[in-house]
Design a protein around this ligand. Structure first.
Ligand SMILES: Nc1nc2c(c(=O)[nH]1)N[C@H]1C(S)=C(S)[C@@H](COP(=O)(O)OP(=O)(O)OC[C@H]3O[C@@H](n4cnc5c(=O)[nH]c(N)nc54)[C@H](O)[C@@H]3O)O[C@H]1N2
Ligand SMILES: Nc1nc2c(c(=O)[nH]1)N[C@H]1C(S)=C(S)[C@@H](COP(=O)(O)OP(=O)(O)OC[C@H]3O[C@@H](n4cnc5c(=O)[nH]c(N)nc54)[C@H](O)[C@@H]3O)O[C@H]1N2
Ligand code: SF4
Ligand SMILES: [Mo]
Length: 736
C-alpha cells in the first residue's frame, strides 16, 4: 500500500498524536484529562509506567502502558504477569487504537428513528439511565424480572451480571459458550469433572507431541499459548496438524492431515483403535484413574484406519503411523481440545469426548507436557445482600440440551420470539455484537423487533448498537477499573485492571454505570461502596492482598503449589465416580451415546463449497476491525479457494467474487486467494469483517462477513451448541 493512501495517513496521524483531526463529526472528542492514579516512573519517557490487564481478547494478558501526561504512548507486555512474560500478541500491542478510535461513543444515546436506522439523540446519563429504569420497572410489573436477558462477553460484564441478579433474572447468555467453547467444556466436564479452562491449562512448551485438530495457533493468537507453541516448535517437538487448510500451524508440522471437513471424530476413533488395539495406552494410569475402559476397548474394534480413511479422505497408513507417534510420547502428549468447538452441531460433544478420552488413555491429564492443574487463588467477595431467587433461565424448554453449562444465547433469542417457557421482553447487551456473533441473523432481527427494550453498552457504534433504544458509551479497558481478576496458570495469582488514561467525552466505566442504574432501580444496597477504589481496597483487605502493591505491580503471585504429578500434584476428579469417566453413565442415563460415535456430515451439493472461517493474527472478530492500528493489518483478508478448483471455475488469484449460500443469501465482494493450501471441497475466510454500521467509519464496507451466510446451524443435542460449518456457498465472479 502506498504511503499516500487515506488509511496510511490516518495511521500516521494517530501515531503523531493529531487525533482530533481524524475525529468523526458525529461524536466529537472532548479533550482528555490525565487519569493515571498509580504507576511508577517510566525511565524511558520520564512519564509513568502503569500495569494493567489487556481486553482486546479474553486471554487477559498483563500489560504495561507508557503514559505521558494525558497520552498513552505504547503498550508492552508486563514482565511480571505469567500470561505475558513481557510479550504481547499484535492485538494487545495495538490496543490503544481502540481507545483512540475517532468513532468512539462519547455520549449516552436515545433512539429517535426506527430500530436499525442508527438515528439517535445525545442525552445526559441521568436521562438515559432514568429511561432504562422506568422501562425495567414496567417490565418487572407486567412480566416479572426474569423477562430481562443479558448477552455479554468480557470481564467488564461482571457489574451488569451483579446488577441483573439483584434485579431478579438468571437469563445470562454469551455467544462465547453455545457458539464457541460449549461442546469442549461439556465433554471435558463429563469426562474429567473439569474443563480445560480459559486460559487453557495446556503444558505445550514441555510436550513431546502436540496434535492440533483445527486449532490454528499462530492465527489464533492467544499470547501465552503461542509463546509456548513457539518453544515447542524450537525444541522440534512432534507436531501433527489436522486441518482441511494448510494453516500457519500446519506449516510447522511434521505431518499435516488435510481432513475432509467434519470427519474428525472418525479419525479420533481410528487413533483409539490403533492405540488401544495394539496395547499402546498407559495401562497403569487407565487402571488407577479411569472407569469404562473395557467398554471403549470393545467399541473401538470396529474403527479401523481403513474405515476412517474412507470417511476422512486421509491415508490409512498415515493414521496408523501418527497413532503410534502420539502413543509413543505419553504422558507428555497433548491432543489439543481447541477452543472454538461448535463446528457441525450433531457431532461436536462426541468429537470433544473422543479428544478427552484419547488424552485420558495416554495419561496426559495431570502430567508434565500434558494438562496441568492450576491451584488458582481464592478471592473474598465484597459483602452484599443475597440475590432474590430467580426463575431458571428461559433458554431451554423441558428436556432440551440437558448438559449445557451456561444459558444458550440463541435459546434466549428463541424465548424472545415464542415466549416459551416464558417471555423475554428486554435485552441488555454488553460487549457482544450479536448481529455478527449469533448465527441465523434473520431470527436475531425478528427477536429485536419484538423487544420492549434493547440496551447496548459498547465502545463504538457497532451493528447491534444501531438497533438499540438506549446506547451506553463505556470507558475502554485502558480507561477504567474492573473487578479483581484471578489468574489460574502454572503461577496463579491476582491481577488488576486500572486506568491509564481518561475516557473520551462522557464515556463511563461499567462499574459506575451499573451502580448508578442500581440506585435508580432501588437496588443501591447491592452497591454499598462509594467508589471503585474503596470497593477494590476492601476486597483486597478481605483477601489478604496488599492493594498498593497490586496497583504498582499489576499482578501478585499466589503461593506456589504443584500443578503436575511430577511435582507432587495428587490427581483427583470431580466426577460422580471420582474417576475419569471414559464410558459415561451420565450420558447413557440421559439417552445419549455413552461413548463417542461418528456422525457423518452432509457434504456440499454440486457447485457449492463448505464455508469455513477462522481467525487472523492481528484481529479479534469485530472487536478490532475499526481499530485503525490493527484494522490496517488485516482488512484485506481474502477468500481461500483451492487453486485447481479456481482454475476449473475460470477464476484467477485476486479476482473479485461474492458468495451466495444455499438459501440464496449473498455476501459483500471479497478478493479471491487461489491456493494449494486448502482442500477443494471448502473455502475459508476470516470472521469479523463486512461491517455495515454507518458509525464505523473505518471498518464499514471493508471485506465480507461470514456470519450473514450462516443461515443454517447444526444443533448439538447434548449441550445445545450451534455448529455453523453446515453452510455451503457458490462463488460468483464480479467485474473487476
Ligand atoms: N488473532 C485472534 N486469535 C483469537 C481470536 C481472534 O478473534 N483473533 N479469537 C479467540 C477465540 S474466542 C477463539 S474461540 C479461538 C478459536 O480458535 P481455534 O479454536 O484455534 O479455531 P477453530 O475456529 O476451531 O478453527 C479454525 C481452524 O479450523 C479449521 N477447520 C475448519 N473445519 C474443520 C474441520 O472440520 N476439521 C478440522 N480438523 N479443522 C477444521 C480451519 O481451517 C481453521 O484453520 O481463537 C481465539 N484466538
Ligand atoms: N459466523 C461466525 N460467528 C461467530 C464466530 C465466527 O467465527 N463466525 N465466532 C464465535 C466465537 S468463537 C465467539 S467467542 C463469539 C464472539 O463474539 P462476540 O461475543 O460478539 O464478541 P466480540 O466480537 O468480542 O464483541 C464485540 C463487541 O464488543 C465491544 N467491546 C469491545 N470492548 C468492549 C468493552 O470494553 N466494553 C464494552 N461495553 N464493549 C466492548 C466491541 O466494540 C464489539 O461491538 O462469536 C461467535 N460467532
Ligand atoms: S492474547 Fe493478545 S489480545 Fe488477547 S489478552 Fe493477550 S495480548 Fe491481549
Ligand atoms: Mo470464541
Amino acid at each position: 500500500m502506498g504511503d499516500s493512501s487515506p488509511s496510511r495517513r490516518r495511521f500516521l496521524s494517530l501515531a503523531a498524536g493529531t487525533l482530533a483531526a481524524a475525529g468523526a463529526a458525529r461524536f466529537l472528542l472532548a479533550p482528555r484529562t490525565a487519569q493515571a492514579a498509580h504507576g511508577t516512573i517510566d525511565p524511558s519517557t520520564d512519564g509513568k509506567l502503569i500495569r494493567s490487564v489487556c481486553e482486546v481478547c479474553f486471554w487477559k494478558c498483563g500489560i504495561q502502558g507508557h503514559v505521558q501526561g494525558d497520552r498513552l504512548l505504547k503498550i508492552q507486555g508486563s514482565p511480571v504477569h505469567p500470561l505475558s512474560n513481557g510479550k504481547l500478541c499484535p492485538r494487545g500491542a495495538g490496543g490503544q487504537g481502540q481507545s483512540y478510535d475517532p468513532d468512539r461513543l462519547v455520549k449516552p444515546l436515545l433512539r429517535v428513528g426506527p430500530r436499525g436506522s442508527e438515528e439517535f439523540k445525545a442525552v445526559s446519563w441521568d436521562e438515559a439511565l432514568g429511561f432504562i429504569a422506568a422501562k425495567l420497572d414496567d417490565i418487572k410489573k407486567k412480566h416479572g424480572p426474569e423477562a430481562v436477558a443479558l448477552f455479554n462477553h468480557g470481564a467488564g460484564a461482571s457489574w451488569f451480571k451483579h446488577l441483573l441478579q439483584a434485579y431478579g433474572t438468571a437469563n445470562f447468555g454469551a455467544p462465547s459458550f453455545a457458539q464457541c467453547r460449549g461442546p469442549r467444556d461439556v465433554a471435558f466436564d463429563i469426562t474429567f469433572g473439569a474443563e480445560p479452562g480459559s486460559p487453557e491449562v495446556l503444558d505445550i512448551s514441555k510436550s513431546d507431541c502436540l496434535v492440533l485438530i483445527g486449532s490454528h495457533l499462530g492465527e489464533n493468537m492467544h499470547n501465552t499459548q503461542v509463546q509456548d507453541f513457539a518453544e515447542f516448535v524450537a525444541r522440534d517437538g512432534d507436531l501433527i496438524v489436522v486441518d482441511p487448510r494448510f494453516s500457519t500451524a500446519a506449516s510447522k508440522a511434521r505431518t499435516w492431515m488435510p481432513i475432509r471437513p467434519g470427519t474428525d471424530t472418525a479419525l479420533l476413533l481410528a487413533w483409539l483403535h490403533v492405540i488401544v488395539g495394539e496395547g499402546r495406552h498407559n495401562r497403569a494410569y487407565v487402571e488407577a484413574y479411569t472407569t469404562g475402559f473395557d467398554k471403549l476397548e470393545e467399541a473401538v474394534k470396529a474403527y479401523t484406519p481403513e474405515w476412517a480413511a474412507a470417511e476422512t479422505g486421509l491415508d490409512a497408513e498415515v493414521i496408523r503411523n501418527t497413532a503410534r507417534r502420539i502413543a509413543g510420547a505419553q504422558p507428555a502428549v497433548l491432543v489439543h481440545p481447541g477452543r472454538h468447538a461448535s463446528w457441525y452441531g450433531a457431532d461436536d460433544t462426541h468429537r470433544e469426548r473422543a479428544i478427552a478420552i484419547l488424552n485420558a488413555v495416554l495419561g496426559s491429564w495431570g502430567h508434565r507436557g500434558g494438562f496441568f492443574r492450576p491451584s488458582g487463588m481464592k478471592l473474598a467477595k465484597f459483602p452484599t445482600p443475597a440475590y432474590p431467587k430467580a426463575k431458571p433461565p428461559a433458554d431451554r424448554v423441558e428436556g432440551e440440551a440437558p448438559f449445557a453449562l451456561e444459558p444458550l444465547a440463541q435459546g434466549l433469542r428463541r424465548a424472545t420470539l415464542d415466549g416459551k417457557p416464558y417471555p423475554i421482553k428486554a435485552w441488555f447487551v454488553y460487549g457482544t455484537n450479536l448481529i455478527q456473533s449469533l448465527p441465523q441473523r434473520a431470527e436475531t432481527l425478528k427477536a429485536i423487533e419484538a423487544l420492549d427494550l434493547l440496551v447496548v453498552c459498547d465502545l463504538i457504534p457497532a451493528e447491534i448498537a444501531g438497533y438499540a433504544d438506549v446506547v451506553l458509551p463505556e470507558a475502554s479497558y485502558l480507561e477504567r477499573y474492573d473487578d479483581l481478576l484471578g489468574v489460574s496458570w502454572h503461577q496463579s495469582g491476582v491481577a488488576l485492571r486500572q486506568p491509564m488514561i481518561a475516557p473520551p467525552g462522557d464515556a463511563k466505566p461499567g462499574w459506575w454505570i451499573a451502580k448508578e442504574l442500581a440506585t435508580k432501580l432501588g437496588l443501591g444496597a447491592y452497591f454499598p461502596w462509594t467508589d471503585i477504589e474503596s470497593y477494590l481496597k476492601e476486597r483486597c483487605r478481605l483477601s489478604g492482598i496488599d492493594f498498593e502493591a497490586l496497583a504498582r505491580e499489576g499482578f501478585l503471585p499466589a503461593p506456589d503449589k504443584p500443578t503436575v504429578v511430577e511435582d507432587g500434584l495428587a490427581l483427583t476428579f470431580a466426577t460422580e465416580s471420582k474417576k475419569i469417566e471414559i464410558y459415561s453413565e451420565k450420558l447413557a442415563k440421559a439417552g445419549f451415546d455413552p461413548l463417542p460415535v461418528f456422525k457423518r456430515p452432509v457434504g456440499p451439493p454440486p457447485g457449492y463449497f463448505r464455508l469455513l472461517y477462522g481467525r487472523a493474527p492481528a484481529q479479534t472478530f469485530g472487536r478490532t476491525t475499526n481499530n485503525r492500528l490493527l484494522g490496517e493489518l488485516s482488512h484485506n483478508d481474502k477468500l481461500w479457494l483451492n487453486a485447481k478448483v479456481a482454475a476449473d471455475l475460470g477464476l484467477t488469484d485476486g479476482a473479485r467474487v461474492k458468495l451466495v449460500n444455499q438459501d440464496g443469501i449473498e455476501s459483500a465482494p471479497i478478493e479471491l486467494k487461489a491456493t494449494e493450501r486448502i482442500r477443494g471441497d471448502c473455502v475459508f475466510m476470516v470472521h469479523g469483517w463486512g461491517h455495515t454500521a454507518k458509525g464505523l467509519k473505518y471498518a464499514s464496507g471493508k471485506g465480507a462477513d461470514d456470519s450473514g451466510l450462516v443461515s443454517r446451524v447444526g444443533t448439538d443435542p447434548v449441550m445445545g451448541g450451534t455448529g455453523m460449518r453446515v453452510n455451503f456457498v457458490a462463488i460468483r465472479k464480479l467485474e473487476a
